[in-house]
Design a protein around this ligand. Structure first.
Ligand code: KG4
Ligand code: ZN
Length: 401
């Protein structure tokens, strides 16, 4: 990908985000080397979905439809910006719930067409990594990019905000999804991640041990595909195969992937008891669920989930360090980057390894449109535009996603 020109001071982008259950719009201006947020409006639909303990897609699309125009108007008003001051409209057009994406995409195209300005479709996962660049000094590239959200757990090597190659990803649940399911098992309420985070502060993180996955190429893809399973988007971190023996070694090497479903099952068993197996001695009854026990399970689960993220990061850093072009920065994004324990551990990791860690401000961790407009500034400066036939897509286009 050719290096892009630096965005120009005074460029104003209106961002729109409707991929899941947040209707969001934001006005972001480029000034003094960084995207600067002039307004950031987020209308969450938590009250719509709360009683279903999860997002109901049809209800989400309808709520977006009702809210999108008032939310955009409010973003322009708060920014003190007239529609004709805007240079481009950016919209998260992938991945997400298709009905929800459709609303934001239709709105973005209508604004762009009526104002005679370009529309720029943005990948929501990549946009999460631009959140740490908002109102912040330029970073040193290349960087690691870690997305920890409700739908994704991805590790990238990034050459710029527009250019990234996948190093690893979850093979089952996303980390946020695991937090939400754990909160449901423990009956904490919705949305679960932040509640589990809060509850963990009164628990003992060493009370219960959760399994740490040891994913190898063989376990991720099976023995026949073992040698090629380690993400090969960027040369360097993965083993290569030259013979059957080499292929076997490669298949046994640990990947940079994540897995959270084993922890979730372990929590379920800790709460409800291990299922009995016919012909074997009955398993012990589970420890009764006192208030303290619930807090201990929260703290232990959170501790294990965060430990797994750090385990993968340490391995990635070990493998990619040493070369002239090894990453100097770690960009983090996604809803779980609001988790207090994860933030502390990432900061500690950065200090220990000499990596600059960019954690987004809390306002930009969860879904928002400022990150969409921020990333679009780099795309806009590179001359990237989308046609008015731009369509929403349910999947991310970033590597295996
Ligand atoms: O990025 P996001 O807003 O939406 C997606 O793109 O998926 O992430 C939402 C996820 C949810 O799973 C939510 O429970 C989790 O982020 N989350 C947290 C915290 N705040 C939000 N998980 C753990 N601790 C938190 N403090
Ligand atoms: Zn998100």
């Amino acid at each position: 990908m050719p290096p892009a020109a630096e965005p120009r001071d005074g460029t104003i982008i209106l961002g729109i985000e409707t991929s899941c259950d947040e209707t969001a719009a934001s006005v972001v201006e480029w000034r003094d080397g960084a995207p600067r947020v002039r307004s950031n409006v987020v209308s969450t639909q938590h009250e719509v979905h709360e009683r279903y303990a999860g997002v109901v897609p049809e209800l989400a699309s309808r709520a977006h439809l009702e809210r999108i125009v008032p939310v955009v108007r409010e973003a322009l008003r708060l920014a003190g910006c007239r529609p004709e001051d805007v240079h481009a409209v950016a919209v998260g057009n992938r991945p997400g719930l298709i009905g929800s994406l459709l609303v934001g995409n239709a709105a973005a195209k209508a604004y762009a067409w009526s104002l005679g300005i370009p529309v720029i479709g943005v990948d929501h996962v990549a946009a999460h990594l631009a959140a740490g660049l908002i109102d912040a000094p330029p970073v040193r590239w290349p960087a690691f990019g870690l997305v920890v959200s409700g739908g994704h757990t991805h590790l990238f090597r990034m050459e710029s905000p527009r250019d990234m190659a996948i190093l690893g990803r979850t093979i089952d649940d996303a980390i946020g999804e695991a937090f939400d399911k754990a909160a449901t098992i423990l009956d904490l309420g919705y949305p679960g991640g932040p509640l589990l985070d809060r509850r963990s502060s009164s628990g003992d993180a060493n009370a219960v041990r959760f399994p740490m996955p040891r994913l190898t190429a063989r376990s991720v893809r099976g023995p026949r595909h073992g040698a090629t399973a380690t993400p090969a988007a960027h040369p360097g971190p993965g083993p290569s195969a030259g013979s059957d023996a080499a292929a076997d070694t490669a298949a046994d090497a640990r990947t940079l992937d994540f897995s959270f479903s084993g922890m979730k099952t372990a929590l379920l068993y800790a709460v409800r008891g291990v299922p009995a197996v016919p012909g074997r001695a009955p398993p012990p009854a589970p420890v009764p669920l006192s208030e303290q026990r619930i807090s201990d399970l929260c703290a232990s689960f959170q501790h294990a989930a965060v430990a797994q993220v750090l385990d993968v990061l340490e391995r990635a850093h070990d493998r990619l360090t040493g070369a002239d072009d090894s990453p100097a920065t770690l960009l983090v994004g996604g809803g779980v980057s609001a988790n207090r324990h994860l933030r502390r551990e990432l900061a500690r990791f950065g200090e220990a390894r000499g990596l600059e860690v960019r954690l987004p401000e809390l306002a930009y961790c969860l879904d928002n449109a400022a990150m969409i407009a921020a990333l679009a500034h780099w795309r806009h400066a590179a001359g990237e535009r989308d046609p008015l036939t731009l369509a929403p897509q349910p999947q991310s286009t970033l590597g295996r996603g």
